[in-house]
Each structure stands twice: as structure tokens, then as C-alpha cells.
Design a protein around this ligand. Sequence first.
Ligand code: MG
Ligand code: MG
Length: 255
Amino acid sequence: MIEILRPTELPRAKKAGALVADILQTLKTRSTVGTNLRDIDRWAESMIAEAGAQSCYVDYAPSFGRGPFGHYICTSVNDAVLHGLPHDYALADGDLLSLDLAVSKEGVVADSAISFIVGDAQPPESVAMISATERALRAGIAAARPGARIGDVSHAIGSVLSEAGYPVNTQFGGHGVGSTMHQDPHVPNAGRPGRGYRLRPGLLLALEPWVMADTAELVTDADGWTLRSATGCRTAHSEHTIAITDGGAEILTVP
Ligand code: MG
Ligand code: MG
């Protein structure tokens, strides 16, 4: 199903987006050397509750996970890239942490992910990989104009990732957003221009380029949720929820 928001619903989508962005920025600031992933999960839980919003994750039980997820945020460290289950782990200097958060506020969902390095160490390969996913995200957003097709967005994202030298996995990617977290259309992180669903004003999309340094193959952790690189290499993930408007794409997950 593809939902198209009425113009009067856009302010609610913006509120949800700003909330997700605010929580992620607060959690980034608090994620220092020694911070436990379980603390990040608890902080997310309390901020979502204080805002009168609902977690999209806690009861989430899709076919690919060992559901329900039972937590409020995905915390993926180093070789973990998607669906990282918060567990008893204290962050170390130089860890690459990805935080992925989706909440529903007043009936509209927003979904965003950020990746960053914890502490003072700045491993150059990790910095470059995070930067590539951020550039790919910006390219995807620029391509998401009304009248463009999903393939144009996928191609824009995939071109940046490939040119930066990363293999691209198309198993998990972006998606439509609306009254629920995961909707059609699927937005793979690589694709052919001119193909697929035509974007129209009122469509909300979560675009989410992610990469692993030297492989496109994922393995599932023993926890049944966390997806890691098959080779143990580091990974990165960047995601925004955008609204297609008459003038182009508007990023909703900004503070
Ligand atoms: Mg997400
Ligand atoms: Mg998403």
C-alpha cells in the first residue's frame, strides 16, 4: 500500500520528524566512551514517552527478525549495520555507532538513522564510510522530485556508494512511510533511472543508504536481530524521512 498525505497532514509529519531528529541528536551527545547501549535504549524510551509519541520498534515482529524487538532504538556498533539489538556493551573510543529510530506521533511515523564515531579517535576509513552514506543520502534527496521515479532515487544513491568503492546490498533499503513504519514503495540503494513508481506530492519516503567496507553479504547475529557484515568489516548507515512536495523533497527528520 502507498499512502499519500493530504497537505493538511504535513505539519504532523514535520512534528514527528523533528522529534526523531531531536532524540537522535541528544543520544549522539550522550554516547561517549563508557556509555552502555542499554542506557541509550532507556533514554530513547523515556524521551519517546515524554513527547507523547509511540515507539515503532518495541512490538515490531517482522518475518526477518526474532520478534518482537522489545527495545526502543537500534544500536549497531562497528560490524553491526542494521537492527542492532541494544545489549550490555559499553562503548569504546573509536567505535562506529549507528542509531536508528522510528516513532509515531499523532498518527504519522518518522524514521531516521545517524552514524558517528564515539570518543576522540577518528579512524579515517570509518569517517570516509560515514561520509559516503551521507553524500548518497543527499544525492537521493536531490533526485526525489515530483515526477521522478523510484529508480532515479535508487540510482542516485547507488552511484555515490559505488563510486566511493563500496559494494551495495539491495536486500534492505528505503521505504514509504505514513501511518506505519514500512510501506511501499521499496527504495533499493541501487537501481535503474526511469523505472518504478512515479513520485508525487504527499508521498513520504525514508531513504537509507548503508554500506559495509568490503562486502555486500550480511549475517544475522545469535540474538536473531542484529545484522552484521559477513567479513567482520565496519559499516555505516544514514537515513532521513522526506516529504515529496510540489517544490521537491523536504527533509522532515531535522531538529
Ligand atoms: Mg530507520
Ligand atoms: Mg527505515
